[in-house]
Design a protein around this ligand. Structure first.
Ligand code: B12
Ligand code: SF4
Length: 710
């Protein structure tokens, strides 16, 4: 029986409605948003029943409908008996169920319970610059936080996302018209201006709400935000435990110091000194429960051409020097079982949008993980996802394919695993290769070597695994020799092999190690055609180990809060000039490339292939640009001088202008071809972005590159 059937068939009796009054039947999507469900019941029942409250998480939604005699009908819409729920402590003595063995029971709720189910009114918003990211992704951060908040049965939660058409002025209008009790703001890279714009408005309200900010960028900018907004609370990691405890704090159950994972300004001490405080990280959280979202915003995401995202694990197995781990932490994975119901719920939403590719993006930092049974777990995850009718994409480390400490049989086991994953819906896997040059990999603390990366790429291509590789081409501490070695590595034509379906796993492991075999079976395509984002420069993220090395070398500059990073100069000034022009090149093409990438995500078959071809044109052009840059650098004097700098810059700039001209001709043909294969709406999107790209002039920096590779 579905949740709707439960409401329809049984709740009517329990609420003892007068003859002729029936329970309205909410639409399927109403069940995704508790407040929408509440409204869809409340208005039609006016006069025939009393108040309505809807609480709990999507898998265990609870509807309470007050009868005219003051008693309540309590329905667990999952159909599970009330007694099987872990009721919060606050319910003790305030919410009594007549029949805990059933999903439907009469209940007595006192005022305290009704108040707890009603307040605080929490509004969660995800900030975005949609002009930089034209197609949305399902906002997991606020959706996970919403689920945790709803699991407490405290208050109500509304979610809003600027990717989905909400603008800052609209948001400001909403907040002024109805000040929530608590505002949760999520910000990732590039959104500091939106964050401060919003907080400036909020803290000017006569009675500002409790404001808690979270997300990847907020964690980087904690100190700066607290300095500017002393009343702000900052969630410093996964926000689930934090929001749960904060709701309890709002009701006075616990002091603020007991809310885990918080940064805030403490009360002034003696001489008026305001101190920054940090509460302990949450302990022993169950990852399985933590990483599932509420789905209120999934339909709107699809309606805007966006994609579905989910996580199967949190954190990573490594500590690369450029990747601050404080916020994301060490790897912890969920069991596949928990995903089953979630995928079924997502599937029901997908079914309302038949044009959307049945693909789920598993945004794990490291999909496979670190435990001894990692391969078996990954395969089990794939089976669950595929069993629910989806293809999927994710990311993982190269050492999940080739590991110098492991023997051949381990590698053969892994080859088998990759085949299994492909048989169970793996559509593409992203590997953060980042370099093929050992000295660079050491500096990045990648814990991999160039040979290992090369072998992994051969193995993956021979297996036929669809891949994406990320590569940091420029880093501030690199030498010209390293840059040239990187260029050569990116141009290697002996790494991308033809798929070898006829070799068994062990034969394939041997073959990938055999240079003669590789020479015979190479596709001849240079590696750079498989690199997701060409010409990427290292971003010195705040509090990353690499950033500290740059600071120690005296190369660090100003902080850039919007991107959570610090500016940095290059040890070799010539590479610095090349990197800056490379960034201009990337930014000039960013919106078009991002649009193609996003379309590729939501399409299948020929249209997807056509879009991919168009992206390859961009990649080829970028490799040419890199080669020209190196030639220009070699022609410039190693010793810095103002004249030498402007000369090199002018030479590279002129080369880029020429290259752009060539690219525009090639893109024109590629886009025409892609548009022919696209459904109308998507063709319009591509056409719009392509026209913008064509019309653009100058070499503006937009700070929107995304080599995190998703
Ligand atoms: C999707 C994604 C993107 C998308 C985002 C666009 C979109 N529309 O969603 C795109 C592709 C644009 C992107 C870009 C970048 N990304 Co990115 N991205 C991701 C990815 C894969 C998933 C994000 C996600 O949904 N996570 C899952 C949710 C649940 O996590 P979350 O958002 O952090 O939310 C949790 C907490 O932060 C907190 N929280 C969040 N909001 C709130 C709000 C409140 C009120 C509270 C209480 C708590 C809270 O609670 C949540 C639940 O635990 C992550 C990897 C990852 N697994 O996180 C990388 C990741 C966040 N990206 C990263 C980076 C570096 C970038 C770039 C800066 C790369 C670059 N150098 O250009 C760019 C930024 C470009 C730009 N101008 O914005 C890094 C951050 C590094 C770090 N350790 O902090 C990550 C972790 C990947 C990695 N390991 O390298 N990214
Ligand atoms: S860059 Fe990737 S592999 Fe390295 S620590 Fe970050 S998530 Fe892990």
């Amino acid at each position: 029986m579905s949740a709707a059937d439960r409401l329809r068939e049984r709740l009517r009796q329990a609420t003892a409605l007068a003859a002729g009054v029936s329970i309205p039947v909410p639409g399927d999507l109403d069940f995704l948003d508790p407040q929408r469900l509440r409204r869809s019941l409340e208005a039609p029942l006016a006069g025939a029943a009393g108040r309505v409250r809807v609480a709990g998480t999507l898998d265990r939604r609870l509807a309470f409908i007050e009868r005219l005699d003051g008693r309540w009908a309590a329905a667990d819409l999952s159909g599970a008996p009330h007694g099987s729920r872990a009721w919060p402590q606050w319910a003790d003595g305030h919410l009594r169920l007549d029949d805990p063995s059933s999903w439907l029971s009469l209940a007595t709720l006192d005022d305290h319970a009704v108040y707890r189910l009603s307040r605080p009114d929490v509004q969660l918003v995800a900030l975005y610059h949609p002009e930089n990211f034209p197609l949305p992704r399902f906002p997991l951060g606020i959706s996970d936080v919403a689920r945790a908040a709803r699991s407490t049965l405290l208050g109500t939660v509304r979610v809003g996302d600027m990717q989905l058409g909400l603008t800052l002025p609209e948001l400001a209008g909403q907040l002024t018209a109805q000040v929530p009790d608590m505002l949760g703001v999520s910000a990732t890279f590039g959104q500091h201006d939106l964050m401060t714009g919003l907080l400036d408005i909020v803290y000017r309200l006569p009675q500002p709400p409790v404001v808690i900010a979270g997300g990847s960028l907020t964690a980087r900018n904690e100190a700066m935000l607290l300095e500017r907004y002393p009343g702000l609370l900052v969630a410093r990691g996964g926000g689930e435990a934090t929001i749960e405890a904060l709701l309890a704090h709002w009701h006075g159950d616990i002091p603020l110091e007991q809310v885990p994972g918080l940064g805030y300004k403490g009360a002034a001490r003696g001489g008026g000194l305001v101190i920054a405080r940090r509460t302990a990280r949450p302990v022993n959280r169950d990852t399985t429960n933590d990483l599932l979202p509420e789905l209120d915003l999934l339909p709107a995401t699809f309606a805007r051409g966006g994609v579905a995202q989910l996580e199967g694990s949190r954190g990573c197995t490594n500590y690369c020097s450029f990747c601050p781990r404080g916020h994301k932490g060490l790897w912890a994975g969920a069991g596949p079982e928990q995903l089953t119901w979630m995928l079924a719920q997502m599937r029901a939403v997908f079914d309302q949008f038949p044009q959307v590719s049945r693909t789920v993006y598993m945004v794990d930092e490291e999909f496979i993980g670190r435990d001894d049974d990692a391969g078996a777990r990954a395969t089990a995850m794939a089976r669950v996802i595929h069993g629910a009718g989806f293809q999927w994409e994710s990311s993982c480390r190269v050492d999940q394919v080739t590991h110098p400490d492991r023997d051949l049989s381990w590698h053969a086991g892994r080859a088998g695993m990759w085949r299994d994953l492909m048989a169970h819906g793996l559509r593409r896997m992203l590997f953060g290769v980042e370099s093929g040059v050992d000295t660079i990999l050491d500096r990045f603390n990648k814990e991999t070597t160039g040979d290992q990366n090369a072998l992994a790429i051969r193995t993956l291509s021979a297996l036929g695994v669809p891949t994406r590789f990320t590569y940091i081409t420029f880093d501030q501490l690199m030498t010209l020799q390293e840059l040239k070695a990187s260029y050569a590595w990116q141009g290697r034509t002996d790494l991308l092999l033809r798929p070898q379906p006829n070799l068994d796993a062990m034969q394939l492991v041997h073959a990938a190690r055999d240079d003669d075999f590789a020479a015979r079976q190479a596709t001849g395509r240079p590696l750079h055609t498989a690199i997701s984002y060409m010409l990427v420069s290292m971003e010195c993220l705040t509090s990353a180990a690499y950033t500290r090395k740059v600071q120690a070398a005296g190369l660090a500059g100003e902080a850039r809060p919007s991107m959570g990073r610090v500016d940095a100069r290059f040890a070799d000034w010539r590479i610095g000039i090349a990197s800056e022009w490379a960034q201009r090149w990337v930014d000039r093409n960013f919106a078009l490339d991002y649009t193609l990438k996003s379309l590729e995500k939501i399409l299948d078959g020929t249209p997807r292939h056509a879009v991919r071809e168009a992206r390859t044109v961009l990649k080829d052009a970028a490799y040419t640009v890199l080669g020209e840059m190196i030639t220009a650098i070699e022609a410039a004097p190693a010793q810095w001088g103002a004249g030498a700098e402007s000369g090199l810059s002018a030479r590279i700039g002129a080369a880029l202008e020429d290259d752009l001209g060539v690219l525009q001709v090639a893109m024109d043909a590629a886009t025409r071809d892609a548009v022919l294969h696209l459904p109308a709406g998507h063709a319009d999107t591509l056409h719009r972005e392509y026209s913008r790209w064509q019309a653009a002039t100058g070499w503006r920096l937009i700070n929107a590159a995304d080599p995190c590779g998703t």
